[in-house]
Write a protein that binds this ligand. Sequence first.
Ligand code: ATP
Ligand code: MG
Ligand code: MG
Ligand code: MG
Length: 438
Amino acid sequence: MRLSRFFLPILKENPKEAEIVSHRLMLRAGMIRQEAAGIYAWLPLGLRVLKKIEQIVREEQNRAGALELLMPTLQLADLWRESGRYDAYGPEMLRIADRHKRELLYGPTNEEMITEIFRAYIKSYRNLPLNLYHIQWKFRDEQRPRFGVMRGREFLMKDAYSFDLDEAGARRAYNRMFVAYLRTFARMGLKAIPMRAETGPIGGDLSHEFIVLAETGESGVYCDRDVLDLPVPDETVDYEGDLTAIIKQWTSVYAATEDVHDAARFEQEVPAEKRVHTRGIEVGQIFYFGTKYSEPMKAMVAGPDGAEVAIHGGSYGVGVSRLLGAIIEACHDDAGIKWPESVAPFKAAILNLKQGSEDTDGACEQLYRELTAKGVEVLYDDTDQRAGAKFASADLIGIPWQILVGPKGLAEGKLELKRRSDGTRENLSAAEVLAQLT
Ligand code: ATP
Ligand code: MG
Ligand code: MG
Ligand code: MG
């Protein structure tokens, strides 16, 4: 992508409305634009990151055996009356009427709809276990939308729903999602700690929130420092096999949100020097809720003995759009964002430090062609801004690798390769830069 043809509306000034660094940087880097309170347009740079995050979530859901479908954003109120949640949900639900005065709502979550789909088709235990997910926009009319995409009203969520014959099966499904979440967040360069949590309006008796520790987070949390160093399973993890050892390792170290925190247990189990009490960002939550939806909504299957039983369910959410904010909170410095490579909008930026000069233009064009041909996503700053402004923009938008192409270096056949994460620089030939980035 040539910057001269890209749409990157960088802001020079710090937007006053942004209270936390991730919101500030997303606005300054031209990633999002607020269209109404908590409702954002995703500009090209922001959308590229959102798609990367979505794809990592998708790959790890698929690996764990979940199947993707896509449900609509609008749902019938009557469906929610079946579970009793239409009245219970309160003012966070956006209620809509169509021209026939039928009551609809913009989905804040999808337990009812997926249960409706399930019961229409699945009648036998032979079709279980089943886990269906989608990645779809949700709407919650939050009392205080704030912090940009962290607490939006319209936001992108991955939500998965598992169906099993009994509690033992449902717990295995829960464990698969638990492990998939560990992997998902680790791939984005995040340490997200599973913490015991309250179940809230989703219901049920077993739940973990996945929390990224950050002072700007909205949840109070308590944990044992050791939980920060536990190993995340690699991609060879066997989802068909027994995952209980992994779950045990992660859940036997103290980690809880303040809603379920047990001060006496904390003090008894965790030595004083390992006690962490801080704030965090909830990037995902998983629930086992048994028959809470299947009983009232009659999602029944015939078991091996022919008797009809209500299925045991769980649901599993990831805040896809919130993750952009969480990653920036974890990865930035005074100059801007430092994207982990796995979610970066571009892997590399070429900065032509003397646009219009024959040698730098020629070297940049060739490098741009070669990197693009090798499948490297590269943003070529071919604008006529001065070098200082190009450095500042590249740092702000957080591209992991910057290739600085200036006349002095070129005279000696060298380019400068700067790594955004730690600022290290190396003088390399074009061939060496190519080798390093491909
Ligand atoms: P919160 O406690 O932050 O209000 P929640 O517990 O209500 O979140 P869940 O119902 O567990 O949210 O939804 C699954 C995930 O969706 C959350 O873990 C979070 O990452 C994300 N999420 C929830 N509400 C929002 C929001 N208003 N804006 C952005 N992401 C959100
Ligand atoms: Mg909420
Ligand atoms: Mg919550
Ligand atoms: Mg939650």
